[in-house]
Ligand binder design. Structure first.
Ligand SMILES: [Cu+2]
Length: 346
């Protein structure tokens, strides 16, 4: 009798242990989706993400235009008679993102995310100025986002939550470098590390579970509502909306496909220190877009004892349609590599 009882106890104990310890690769969304899941009470999670992005080619609206056409386009400083003196050729951006999550209750998960950015932009001067190429660089901490993720449903079929957050202007908007016109000129908007404003945001996230197949959706909206930053401007509203489907091949490996829509409204105000005649990247009328991207992702969770439950993920993001305001660079691709680890607190 005792043996049966003990056996039963061990069986139960193991069962409990397993239920708690089995981590599926697809219980997290694609790595470019932030705040895609909540945690159970007293769970912590730390994450690191590295992303690399390349932009090249100039777009006017939806059309690709040449470097010469950029330099013959009217700049935002005049009535249509002034031309740009330089044109961007390429831009590279490396981002190192740090995130932490903690769930004080099953209904609420707190999250903080920040980043360190490295950016480089290569431009070409107009023919009259010699047509030489030059590059500018910036690096530093980006904006920091705090949010609370609130559970709506959490059952076998629906995992739904919403988030309310605030983006804090920890990123610099005074990045400078040497350009042909000055030894220390304020760089263009995209070369800055932050927005300069406190921006509230809202996220709605849902995942439906069909066993090995999962379908997720996320809607994210951010609106700077507290006026201009210290340099006299604020960004427009932004929306980021994604739908993804993932397939779990084995317990600890899944692949995903995602379609994403990204919107950024027009800029309000402008930075007086940026010369709109210099470069389209310094002209506030060239901010804002609608972009459609597709992406392919891999999620892996380690089930070996060594580094158990550590997650690795990769995603490749490719643009399929871009409609931009004014003249801007076109996205080539973005890749993201991520590591995540969650554990129960004491
Ligand atoms: Cu997490």
């Amino acid at each position: 009798m005792l043996v049966i009882y003990l056996f039963f106890l061990i069986f139960l104990f193991n069962k409990n242990l397993n239920a708690d310890e089995i981590h599926f690769a697809d219980s997290h969304g694609p790595i470019t989706v932030m705040g895609d899941h909540i945690h159970k009470k007293n769970e912590f999670m730390f994450s690191l993400r590295f992303s690399k992005m390349l932009m090249s080619d100039m777009l006017s609206g939806t059309k690709k235009i040449s470097t010469n056409s950029v330099m013959s386009a009217p700049n935002g400083a005049s009535d249509g008679s002034g031309r740009y003196m330089n044109s961007p050729l390429t831009m590279r951006m490396n981002m190192y993102m740090f995130g932490a999550m903690y769930a004080p209750t099953n209904n609420l998960t707190l999250m903080v995310m920040s980043s360190y950015n490295q950016k480089e932009m290569i431009s070409q001067r107009m023919a009259m100025a010699g047509g030489a190429k030059f590059d500018v660089n910036s690096s530093g901490v980006g904006d920091t986002r705090f949010s609370g993720l609130f559970k709506i449903f959490n059952n076998d079929f629906f995992k739904t939550h919403f988030a309310l957050g605030l983006s804090l202007p920890t990123g610099s908007i005074d990045e400078r470098d040497t350009t042909p016109s000055s030894l220390s000129s304020r760089l263009g908007y995209k070369m800055q590390n932050g927005s300069g404003t406190f921006d509230p945001f809202f996220v709605l996230n849902n995942v439906n579970n069909f066993g090995k197949i999962k379908i997720g959706e996320q809607f994210h909206i951010k609106k700077p509502i507290f006026g201009d930053n210290s340099n006299g401007y604020h960004y427009g509203m932004s929306i980021d909306s994604s739908i993804w489907i993932s397939y779990r091949w084995i317990e600890n490996f899944s692949t995903s496909f995602k379609i994403n829509y990204n919107y950024l409204g027009k800029m309000n105000g402008h930075d007086d220190e940026m010369n709109k005649r210099m470069n389209p990247a310094m002209d506030s009328k060239n901010i804002g877009h609608q972009k459609y991207n597709i992406s392919f992702g891999l999620n892996y969770v380690n089930s070996n004892d060594f580094f158990k439950n550590h997650r690795l993920a990769f995603e490749l993001v490719l643009p399929i349609h871009e409609k931009i305001r004014g003249i801007q660079m076109s996205d080539d691709y973005k890749i993201m590599l991520g590591w995540q680890y969650s554990f129960k607190g004491l």
